[in-house]
Design a protein. Structure first.
Length: 398
């Protein structure tokens, strides 16, 4: 029996054996493009493209931040944040909403020592950043989740004491955190392993902090193997660029009807032989009566000659979109935005179809659609948060 067989013949979990014996090795596949001029990964030198999100096709962090402030996008993000916040308190009992700290092996029973350790971990999580801000687990998760749903990038610093023990965590603005660039030797091999500093913080185009592995959390919800994105996430807002643009154009088109400009619904034509001075006085009097809010209801007035049999004909040069067509187009865009975020519009209060009716055999109620929507979108989001908290905090503590 060789040495490998001897190792696995021991009565230990395979994962522990591999970790102790260090027999996993390193992969040889390239995970960065060594021939790319712009890695999209921050180097420890100044650069003029810090604001570009490397996980997008040239989209800016500030542009993503601005798009997230559009009402329909903001409603989606805030709804998910409110839902996740319900799970940011310890469970009162096994049937209540919240989180709990337990053994990794669910079949083992908690010993008194393990229960004390679990209570200590809960205290650290609930304390958040302590005196440095975000002094609760819920407020910290709200901040982290907003960055994740905007940039598909969540970052928080792991706070340690002098002994190296984890004592808290502090959410960090994801717009300022980048991955560090690999060394020349690693770039030539197309690899990103073995970096001393895994992340850097950039403020005003200057690197102000460098973080070793285990000091800065890097949370991605939508990972890809695409070499050109260099390990960055895939923001939903970048995927929705065209849809959001159409949505804003539709809103702008409709709002123009309520702003200044020529939007006359009626032309007042006077067939009279009154003099120019009398007509001007009459026109001024009528105009002062017909001006609405911000001049939105101004009426054109013209004088025609009854002797010449003059007349005015209204000719439409184009056909305006009907109300039904506009509504269907707007609803379609809202559905697309919600679909990319794995959310049913019913969660936002938009119930399309026969609201409150169950005529069709397979049609569901709004309550059922909301439940299915949370299974599709909320549960995966909670699993991501669970994995980040476990990997960067709980497993570091114990």
């Amino acid at each position: 029996m060789g040495w490998l067989g001897q190792i696995f013949s021991k009565k230990e979990p395979v994962g522990d054996v591999i970790e102790k014996a260090d027999i996993q090795g390193k992969p040889k596949t390239w995970n960065v493009n060594p021939h790319s001029k712009d890695y999209g990964i921050s180097d420890l030198v100044d650069s003029g493209s810090w604001n570009t999100h490397p996980g997008t096709v040239g989209m800016d962090y500030h542009a993503l931040h601005a798009v997230a402030r559009i009402p329909i996008i903001g409603a989606i993000i805030q709804t998910r944040i409110q839902q996740v916040a319900e799970f940011c308190m310890p469970q009162a009992n096994r049937y209540s909403t919240g989180f709990t700290v337990r053994l990794r092996d669910g079949e083992e029973k908690m010993t008194p020592a393990a229960k004390r350790e679990a209570r200590d971990i809960k205290k650290i999580l609930m304390n958040g950043g302590g005196q440095y801000g975000f002094n609760s687990f819920e407020s910290a998760m709200r901040a982290i989740l907003r960055d994740s749903l905007t940039f598909d990038q969540a970052n928080f610093e792991i706070i340690r004491n002098r002994m190296g023990r984890v004592t808290g965590f502090l959410p960090v603005d994801a717009m300022t955190i980048r991955r560090s660039r690999p060394k020349e030797k690693q770039k030539s091999k197309g690899q990103y392993y073995g970096q001393k500093y895994s992340n850097v913080q950039i403020i005003n185009d200057q690197i102000c902090n460098e973080y070793k592995k285990g000091e800065m959390a890097w949370g991605i919800r939508r990972p890809r193997t695409w070499l050109d994105v260099n390990g960055y996430g895939f923001p939903e807002l970048e995927e929705l660029t065209r849809v959001v643009t159409d949505l804003m154009n539709a809103q702008t088109w409709n709002s123009v009807n309520f702003t200044n400009g020529v939007h006359a619904h009626t032309i007042l034509a006077l067939k009279s032989t009154m003099s120019a001075d009398v007509f001007t006085s009459f026109q001024r009097h009528i105009s002062s009566m017909m001006m609405g809010v911000r001049n939105s209801q101004r009426m054109p007035i013209i004088q025609l000659s009854p002797e010449m049999n003059e007349d005015i004909n209204a000719i439409k040069l184009n056909q305006n979109a009907k109300d039904m067509e506009y509504t269907q187009w707007l609803n379609f865009l809202i559905k697309l935005v919600c679909a990319v975020y794995c959310m049913d519009p019913a969660e936002l209060g938009f119930v399309f179809g026969n609201e409150g009716q169950n005529n069709a055999m397979n049609s569901g109620t709004p309550e059922g659609r909301i439940t299915a929507s949370r299974e599709r979108g909320l549960r995966p989001l909670l699993r991501c948060i669970e994995s980040w908290v476990n990997e960067y905090l709980v497993f570091e503590i114990n």
